[in-house]
Design a protein around this ligand. Structure first.
Ligand code: FFO
Ligand code: ATP
Length: 218
């Protein structure tokens, strides 16, 4: 029986973060448990290596299947603004499909990192227009006003059964989607080998509406 203070484990009067007592609407900032952060880092490295171990020819064949899957999911692209990406580290190269969107009366855009910790900005771009080197040497459109895509195609490093995406660890897509005034259709793309049982979703992770891989069947 606890008869004296000495028997009761020491406790703080308030939890260490007491902002919610001052402002009931306050939510703790997005932080990730250290073990999840470590796990994600290791899993990213494993998945990127696994993807790079596939031959360039096999990756190109899978990208062609992904393009068919995107057409099946999206249907008519005319009048749509679709954001894609400049491929690196073995991501599916969708540049041929990007050109075909423009041929069919759609428009396309590329993301650019304005600053680490800030949302991405999308700039209209199509084959042949000038590019320059952005952060991490990723090519970005040299000019053009920001656009708001109707459809965001997001390359995944890993994807789980609830369509939560593991990316390169910058939090860019989560921040960007959270900040967009109109919710676009968000399609994660990647290879079957990138499926994982869970990404340990955190409060700020936003799931993809769809995931399209080389195994997609309409
Ligand atoms: N092709 C392509 N372009 C894209 C993205 C993408 O996923 N694919 N992005 C999608 O967001 C943005 C770039 N995001 C990136 C985020 C992090 C790193 C990176 O190299 N990060 C560090 C580690 C970061 C950390 O773990 O804290 C590294 O790997 O050394 C690269 C690009 C915009 N452009
Ligand atoms: N909406 C947000 N607001 C503030 N911080 C965020 C938001 N979304 C993510 N973050 C921060 O970004 C960091 C990286 O997130 P995460 O591991 O999910 O990146 P990722 O989805 O793999 O990367 P990327 O989208 O750049 O490919 C996390 O530490 C998280 O705190």
């Amino acid at each position: 029986m606890a008869t004296s203070d000495d028997d009761i484990p020491a406790q703080y009067a308030s939890p260490p973060c007491f902002m919610h007592e001052l402002d009931p609407a306050f939510r703790a900032p997005a932080t990730m448990p250290a073990e999840v952060r470590r796990w994600r880092k290791a899993e990213r490295e494993r998945l990127i290596q696994a993807r790079l171990a596939v031959s360039a020819d096999a990756r190109a064949a899978m990208a062609a299947r992904i393009a068919e899957g995107l057409d099946a999911v999206i249907g008519d692209v005319a009048g749509k603004m679709v954001s894609l990406y400049w491929p690196f580290r073995g991501e599916p190269d969708m540049r041929p499909w990007m050109a075909s969107v423009n041929t069919r009366g759609g428009r396309t855009a590329l993301p650019l990192v304005v600053e680490k910790g800030r949302p991405l900005v999308f700039r209209a771009w199509k084959t042949g227009e000038p590019l320059e080197k952005g952060v991490w040497n990723i090519p970005i459109p040299s000019q053009g006003d920001p656009v708001l895509p109707d459809i965001v195609i997001s390359p995944v490093v890993g994807i789980d059964p609830d369509n939560y995406r593991l990316g390169y660890g910058g939090g860019f897509y989560d921040r960007t989607l959270a900040a967009m005034p109109r919710k676009p259709l968000v399609i994660g793309i990647g290879y079957e080998l990138q499926r994982i049982p869970t990404i340990y979703p955190q409060q700020y992770d936003i799931p993809m509406n769809r995931f399209v891989s080389e195994a997609f069947r309409a």
